[in-house]
Design a binder for this molecule. Sequence first.
Ligand code: ATP
Length: 360
Amino acid sequence: MAAQSAIFRLEGVTRRFGDVTALDGVTLDAGVNEYISLLGPSGSGKTTLLRVIAGFEAPDAGRVHFQGRDITALPAHERGIGFVFQNFALFPHLTVMKNVAFGLMHGKGAQVPQAEIDQRCRDMIEMVGLAGMEDRGVDQISGGQRQRVALARTLVMQPKLVLLDEPLGALDANLRARMRNELRAIRERLGVTFLHVTGSETEALAMGDRVVVLDRGRIIQIGTSEQVYDMPETPEVAHFMNRFNLFEGSLKGGVFEGPFGRVAAPRARPAKSDIYGVRYDRMRVLPADAAPQGPAIRAHFVANEYLGSSVMNFFETPDGRVIEMEHHLSLGAPDTYVPRQDYLLTWNPEQAIVFGREAH
Ligand SMILES: Nc1ncnc2c1ncn2[C@@H]1O[C@H](COP(=O)(O)OP(=O)(O)OP(=O)(O)O)[C@@H](O)[C@H]1O
């Protein structure tokens, strides 16, 4: 992305805590009005990245730019960047209205006339779906409503960039799914850039225009949801996406040898280990005595799980490896399998994703 269209840009940002390198030379930019999901395992540096952008944490090396300015040395309260915390950090003794108005009354915007503060707060409270609750205490509303107050309180300051640290983490599954849609809708209406940290790959893929995958302080992939989902660049991303059966083995001369035998793998990606991946929804189940066209592995059926739009079937190989097969319900009713019975699991090797040390 061209620097001039970026709303923020990190250049080679490193942050250490003693022996721990929480961020290791991170370079990242976000466009105006973009929704970026930041995904990574626990301890990968997600929160530290947000804190460096917000100004709560100074980088040991590297620069932070926002709206074309170098803000590396600018204090947090002068940056004009919004932050929504996982635990909401509301004032428990204040009403919804007073929580939302707090920044405008006491922050940099203290000059804003009272009538305008009232209007902006009421508009924002309506935008997040809390009209009528202005005078309730925030201890008298639900978790999802508190999350909306936290969002309204940040958005009412009209930031151009909002950092969200696991904003849906404290909500139950139903509410989380609903709030995902609302977050996207609210952001589209306001035209603000969101950088949303999540530990959930489902959430990252569902929300982000782009998904940034962080691992041990480094960005290991940036792409659209489709790119990250379909073409993970490393075995770590594939593992973290939780969408692939991954087999260890060895890649030699363009042939992968794994627990399923030998399969041609002409288009392997360079990696530090030899790994063969088949997406859950690319697995096919055949009777145990079938003669499969392609590679296959024998496994018995264990159980299945309905996920709403698909069914996940779990199989186990004789050596205890769990293989997952996802059936999208849009393709028709799922087949039923008999527990403990053997089946052959097969796939089209063209659709496999192969990583190998020799592929450099
Ligand atoms: N103030 C601190 N002092 C010492 N170490 C820290 C501090 N803050 C973060 N770290 C360390 O830096 C690394 C990155 O932490 P960070 O909180 O950014 O990860 P995260 O990806 O947000 O994790 P989680 O998903 O568990 O919140 C971790 O190893 C963490 O222990």
